[in-house]
Design a protein around this ligand. Sequence first.
Ligand code: COA
Length: 161
Amino acid sequence: MGKIAIYPGSFDPITYGHIDIIKRATKVFDKVVVAVAHASGKDPLFSVEERKSFIEQVEWDSGTNIEVDDFQGLLVDYVLRKKGNVVVRGLRALSDFEYEFQMALINRKLSEEVETMFLMAGETYSYLSSRTMKEIISLRGSAAAFVPKHVEEALKKKLIK
Ligand code: COA
């Protein structure tokens, strides 16, 4: 059986930064499961179904082996249920490191079987976050360089009255 990576996040919404990490991960693993968290201590703008459908609508290269799924509860339990080998996380800047380091060590304590691997985001995307996309759109700016068209449209619909 091939190596399965789980890429978890809130993806509220997906940006080119996440897409960059997913594309990098698909070059390393046989399959990448993009796992949308129901709750991650945040109050999401989009429902789980909306967030999943934005990921599914991305124009993935043919042959890209991804599955879009959602999870509740502990990440490690989900990874074991999916028979995943590795959790993939993207590192954008040094400031991500402390939080990621803590999360990886907690996950390792919770399950010795789950490894975490970090991929470096492309420098073009290292400053993106979902929160800043919402801010740009609600202030009537263009997010075309940061998110796919369907995501920008959905943000506009939700945020511009
Ligand atoms: N490109 C663009 N943006 C990125 C990015 C990238 N490569 N990587 C992260 N981001 C953004 C995210 O969109 C998010 O933006 P926002 O805060 O504006 O919404 C922000 O950076 C933080 O992202 P991240 O740290 O990845 O958190 P998350 O909310 O996406 O996901 C979970 C966190 C879901 C993975 C984590 O809470 C979890 O595992 N929860 C399950 C419960 C559990 O097991 N807990 C114990 C483990 S500690």
